[in-house]
Unconditional design. Structure first.
Length: 865
């Protein structure tokens, strides 16, 4: 049947039908041009590799041929390449997510459904398109842009490799109370250290005698990875073991402590563990012939290690929630409850940490919105920078607040005052609000620092690149203001007119300058800044444009150093004499810069590109001499990473942003503040070897039995060495209570005598000399270390022995071969004696022969005016 519609009529009918199906409100003027295809800025294409935990997906700003068209939304997708399958999507996102988004802001689908991160060592494809606000369903979307990227492999621990276990000192296996583990005699349980092929390195067996039977075979032919096998044996019953530590030595006193988990040993049951270089253990099996580190058994309580000997990392404060920054009280009080430093928590709380380590709430509920987005993603925002005024003790904090007028968050600086000595805030005042300067996750207001009575404030670009180089915007800047919120009139663009952003700008053209610090040596500010795929460390020059334009290449502008690939440098601190006298660091570290590299957001385990604190050395002119040099590394299996950083009075402090283990997510409370301090109490001579081992093996002396090498007792001042013989005085045969007295006021010296039990009951005499100790005097074949011939003080100590001035100087030693004596000098001695030195020593007779058989050391006594 022929059609009743001519071709032109048919087309017109279809057009009418289509229009009838479109709501009247959606019918718009024709002629809209689709937006330009997005230009992908992140992630970087192969051969670069990105973390599977934290993929930053970013495009350059929206572009559209139609004047006036605005960026309404974006669609984002991730696909596997083999097979080609969509595995993550974030459709129709608005706000800051239109140009920058994280995995947590979308949903995993397909083969990745239920995951929270991508697969390691895998190639993916990113697809993204932009939507304009024309309302034309046929032309409002751009074409899709796509780009490939690769994820890195998971970082694996380095296995502990040894070829032998030293037989002296013996291996030490202890429980949490440092009590040695003694396997029950009724059991045949055992512990073996062996190579992956079963070659024995060490065996501990239950024994009928006290302690465990030790089998220590000859060294292996080469270094091998260490496997621990703990066996329940074959006999009935069981052995319950708590967490234990097995400390072994390979060569000299290079000790490794292997951390074993709780175990219940039943007959026929073996526990098998692989050991990392740091002594963490991982569950394995006897069938494995290469180390496997996929199943943690027990790690370090503090999984941060300093890459130099002589340092300690310890916990200062705990149970914090997203601690971002630290600020010390410049002149803290002396009482245990006085504030020592403050911690800003991202979700709106400031904590006070007192001198005794107590954590109290300074202020809370500081945000007027709930930043409950995902990590990584929109949840990374809130309260950030913090500073303390040295004069008033007031606390300054940087934060975002929801602005209903723009339906977005904008930044502000708030000043807090306390009426209880700084423990809690009693009032608060916004000193600088920046309405309309929309900011969100990460690229927000951040670092605060007071320098010479002026407040420096770091501002991210809010993911709007153009703001960084525009002097009409606060974003993308380093700001400088007075403590009342007014701009510093010496700022480079201050014009004296109506107050605006320009007046506050100290430097501009930055992207996300999250960390920075003042350097005393040259009076300049230094900044660490996060870029798309390249990060920057730079010196800030007043008035300078740092040229951030949306590209990685621009991050090289004026850089002292660039991290490529990015490592997330988030805070910077200088250890310098002008800040708490140098924080207890040695002279060789003074003036150095330290940087926290946070790495991928909320990633577990070790990370090649993050979870570090690195060190830089600058010359007098601020040029980089060396760095970044690894200083502290994370070696755990959890989520903790280093973020906040500040030089304190007794070390360099940093925050773990997340609870490390046993966590329900990134916002779970349980993060910590840690301290890096110089001086390992278990290695007092700072040679990298345990003191107890050096003493046990005879490499160091411990005459007083306090388990501290004598050299350390003397260096610390806990022991005296008046006679300068490098032996603590309490270990010498003759010890004096002081080595100086005044001839004007007089005084008393008490002597302790100890010839040893071999001289119990022997006669002794304590004598003196004013003419020195060299060459001494030979008496009956024994050298008395005093010059006595014709010496007037020797004569007096003989003729006035046991007088009120020379008490107990002649007598009989007790059953331990010891005694006591005293010298009492009257006041008002002749002035001619000032500057003289008296020396004293004692001699003892052989109890059998009656001949002189012992002479002590000589102790000095300086006579002062």
């Amino acid at each position: 049947m022929p059609s009743r519609l001519a071709p032109r009529g048919f087309a017109a009918a279809l057009s009418s039908l289509a229009l009838s199906l479109v709501p009247t409100s959606a019918v718009v003027a024709q002629g809209n041009t689709p937006p330009n295809a997005p230009r992908i800025n992140e992630p970087s294409p192969p051969p670069a590799r990105v973390s599977p935990f934290d993929v930053h997906m970013e495009t350059l700003p929206f572009a559209d041929p139609d004047p006036g068209d605005q960026h309404a939304a974006s669609d984002w997708e991730l696909w596997t390449t083999s097979p080609s399958q969509r595995i993550w999507t974030a459709p129709g996102v608005t706000g800051g997510h239109r140009v920058h988004i994280h995995l947590g802001d979308g949903a995993f689908t397909g083969s990745h459904a239920g995951r929270t991160f991508l697969l390691p060592s895998t190639r993916y494809q990113l697809r993204v398109r932009h939507k304009d606000d024309s309302g034309d369903p046929l032309t409002e979307w751009s074409t899709w842009s796509s780009g490939l990227f690769d994820t890195v492999a998971f970082e694996q621990p380095t296995p502990l490799e040894i070829d032998d276990v030293a037989s002296s000192p013996l291996p030490l296996w202890t429980d949490p109370n440092s009590v040695e583990v003694d396997l029950p005699a009724t059991s045949d349980a055992s512990l073996r250290l062996e190579s992956p092929s079963g070659q024995l390195l060490l065996r501990l067996d239950a024994s009928a005698a006290a302690g465990n039977a030790i089998t220590n075979p000859p060294a292996l032919a080469q270094h091998e990875a260490v496997r621990v096998v703990v066996s329940g044996g074959t006999r009935p019953g069981f052995v319950a073991l708590p967490e234990t530590n097995l400390t072994i030595l390979e060569n000299g006193c290079a000790a490794t402590t292997i951390r074993l988990p709780v175990m219940t040993l039943f007959p026929g049951v073996n526990f098998v563990f692989w050991v990392s270089l740091e002594g963490a253990t991982y569950t394995g099996s006897l069938a494995q012939t290469t180390p496997s580190f996929t199943s943690p058994a027990r790690n370090l309580t503090v999984p941060w290690v300093v890459r130099e000997v002589g340092w300690v990392v310890d916990v200062v404060a705990s149970n914090l929630r997203l601690p971002v920054n630290l600020a010390f009280v410049p002149v803290p009080g002396a009482q245990p409850g006085d504030p020592k430093f403050y911690v800003s928590e991202l979700y709106g709380t400031i904590r006070t940490v007192t001198n005794d380590g107590t954590v109290v709430t300074y202020a809370t509920g500081l945000l007027n919105y709930t930043p409950n987005g995902a990590f990584p993603g929109a949840g990374e925002q809130g309260l950030t920078g913090i500073a303390v005024d040295p004069q008033s003790g007031d606390v300054f904090a940087a934060m975002l607040q929801f602005n209903a007028a723009i339906a977005a968050n904008d930044p502000r600086i708030v000043r807090f005052h306390s009426t209880d000595g700084g423990r809690t805030a009693s009032s608060q005042q916004t000193i600088l609000a920046m309405p309309g300067e929309s900011q969100g996750q990460s690229h927000q207001i951040s670092r605060l620092e007071i320098v010479n009575g002026e407040l420096f404030c770091h501002m991210g670009d809010g993911f709007v690149t153009a703001t960084a180089r525009s002097l009409t915007s606060f974003r993308g800047k380093i700001l400088r203001l007075n403590l009342d919120g007014s701009p510093v009139v010496q700022n480079p663009f201050f014009d004296g007119g109506a107050r605006d952003a320009r007046d506050y700008v100290y430097a501009y053209g930055v992207r996300n300058p999250f960390g920075g610090a003042w350097r005393a040596a040259d009076g300049f500010r230094y900044v660490v800044e996060n870029g798309p795929s390249v990060d920057r460390f730079a010196r800030i020059v007043m008035g300078r444009d740092y040229l951030w334009n949306g590209t990685d290449a621009s991050m090289a502008s004026f850089a002292l150093y660039t991290w490529n690939p990015a490592r997330g440098p988030v805070n910077l601190a200088f250890v310098q004499p002008q800040t708490f006298g140098g924080s207890g660091f040695p002279a060789g570290k003074q003036g150095h810069a330290f940087v926290t590299e946070s790495g991928p957001t909320y990633a577990f385990g070790r990370q090649a590109n993050g979870k570090h604190i690195t060190e830089f050395v600058l010359d007098a002119a601020g040029n980089r001499v060396s760095g970044p040099t690894p200083f502290v590394d994370y070696v755990g299996d959890g989520y903790a990473t280093a973020v906040g950083l500040a030089a304190g009075p007794d070390g360099l402090y940093f925050t773990e942003l997340y609870r490390d283990r046993n966590t329900a997510g990134p916002t779970t409370a349980g993060a910590r503040v840690l301290r890096i301090r110089y001086g390992d109490p278990s290695d007092c001579n700072r040679n990298g070897e345990a003191d107890w081992c050096e003493i046990a093996s005879g490499l160091e002396h411990d005459c007083n039995g306090n388990r501290i090498p004598d050299v350390c007792d003397l260096a610390s001042g806990s022991s005296r060495d008046f006679d300068g013989n490098l032996v603590p005085d309490e270990c010498d045969p003759l010890e004096a209570s002081t080595d100086e007295l005044s001839i004007t006021t007089g005084g008393r010296v008490d002597f302790g005598l100890d010839a040893g039990v071999a001289f119990a009951g022997a006669s002794y005499a304590l004598v003196g000399s004013i003419s020195g100790t060299s060459p001494g005097t030979i008496v009956e074949g024994i050298r008395l270390p005093l010059n006595i011939a014709g010496d007037p003080w020797f004569f007096l100590t003989i003729v006035a022995a046991n007088s009120p001035s020379l008490q107990g100087t002649i007598g009989v030693l007790d059953t331990d071969g010891g005694s006591s004596a005293a010298l009492v000098l009257p006041a008002g001695l002749p002035a001619s004696l000032a500057g003289a030195t008296l020396h004293h020593a004692f001699a003892a007779l052989d109890p059998q022969s009656g001949r002189l058989a012992f002479a002590s050391n000589a102790v000095p006594l300086r006579l002062l005016p």
